[in-house]
Design a protein around this ligand. Structure first.
Ligand code: F6P
Length: 366
């Protein structure tokens, strides 16, 4: 069967995560093998679309990259065409609307469709591009697992595996020295990584944005373990967990980013509070970008391949304005309007929270 749409652009936007190369590979191979399409790799996310940086992806370039971390195309969380940063004469950040430049480049390159691989920020931009007439297909990525309308994003499983291994490793040294170990994990405003990573690593305390906690509850749990037999305690805290006064711990504000707020530092605050509140020796480890780097798990490679092939089919058959999503085990296209505007945080009645409570995990609220 002959299809009209033959020039497909692909870009990776926002923070990177394991599995991006698997999607790029699947999009490119499917479009080339099944539709004879040309695939254009746009460099550094939407920055490349604004600044006109791209190259045609050859089969050779996407071969052998399934297990490779990062993204061969580069990525950026500062490339929103409608909120495009540049440095002014006085060194101050200036924000400009560069959307016409981005749209102009897409037209000049003859793109019939654009596959945008990214998180909620990328899906928001994808929707604006759709409104401006571009045939966009979204693919949900992020270690945070917070994109609406899909049961899971690729990258999340790998991040959870890293957290699980880190807690396992830290537990042995915590046990030797009878210490409290606080592990700060990523996840932005959602507690998915803290919950799944914490439960899989057997954390004794999990603190996450969705569940307000009190110091009394945390101190009681820690003191009970330190004095009641085990004599070590593992605390897993999400970077977005709010302190008992409701405050988030913010490392930096950066107007150039799609989301100006850069979270980080709550682990140190929690560790300090536990040590002074209980008198038990406490250490903190911030896992940071270890959760995003390196090779994807088998599960993420499979999901990346499923998402990428589905996105290529959409792009080459004229189905646009959608994001490919995993729902009840199947990959389905969902309208971009269903995706943007809300984050998928952890429901407080999630069965894993109940299961964790049943095995004695403290969420700092009881
Ligand atoms: O969205 C993915 C993520 O890793 C978040 O968990 C984290 O808050 C943020 O990106 C960190 O961004 P950056 O790498 O720009 O510091």
């Amino acid at each position: 069967m002959e299809y009209q749409q033959r020039r497909i652009g692909v870009l990776t936007g926002g923070g990177d995560c394991p599995g991006l190369n698997g999607v790029i590979r699947a999009v490119t191979k499917t479009a080339q093998n099944e539709y004879g399409a040309t695939v254009i790799g746009i460099e550094d996310g939407f920055e490349g679309l604004v600044e006109g940086r791209m190259h045609e992806l050859a089969h050779r370039e996407v071969s052998g990259i399934l297990g490779l971390g990062g993204t061969i195309l580069g990525s950026s969380n500062r490339g929103d065409p409608w909120h495009y940063p540049s440095e002014g004469a006085n060194g101050r950040v200036e924000i400009h609307d560069m959307s016409q430049k981005a749209l102009g480049n897409a037209g000049q390159w003859g793109l019939d469709a654009l596959v945008a691989i990214g998180g909620d920020g990328t899906m928001h931009i994808a929707r604006r591009l759709r409104d401006a007439g571009i045939a966009v297909i979204g693919v949900p990525k992020t270690i945070d697992n917070d994109v609406a309308a899909t049961d899971v994003t690729f990258g999340f499983d790998t991040a959870v595996a890293v957290v699980c291994e880190a807690i396992d490793r830290l537990a042995t040294t915590a046990s030797s020295h009878h210490r409290v170990m606080v592990v700060e994990v990523m996840g932005r405003y959602a507690g998915w990584i803290a919950l799944m990573g914490g439960v899989s690593g057997g954390a004794d305390v999990i603190l996450m944005p969705e569940i307000p906690f009190t110091w009394e509850s945390v101190f009681r749990k820690v003191h009970g373990r330190q004095t009641g037999g085990k004599r070590f305690t593992m605390v897993c805290v999400a970077e977005g967990a709010k302190l008992p006064d409701g405050a988030e711990v913010v490392q930096q504000m950066d107007a150039r980013r799609t989301d100006a707020k850069r979270l980080g530092g709550v682990g140190a605050v929690v560790a300090q509070a536990i040590e002074s509140g209980t008198g038990h020796e406490t250490r903190v480890t911030v896992l940071g970008h270890l959760q995003r780097g390196g090779s994807p798990t088998a599960c993420d490679r499979v999901l990346a391949t499923r998402f990428g092939t589905a996105a290529a089919h959409c792009a080459c058959t004229g189905q646009a304005g959608v994001m490919v999503a995993l729902r009840n085990g199947s990959i389905v296209p969902v309208p971009l309007d269903e995706v943007t505007g809300s984050l998928r945080t952890v429901p407080v009645d999630h069965d894993l929270i109940a299961a964790a409570r049943s095995v004695g995990t403290c969420f700092g609220d009881q």
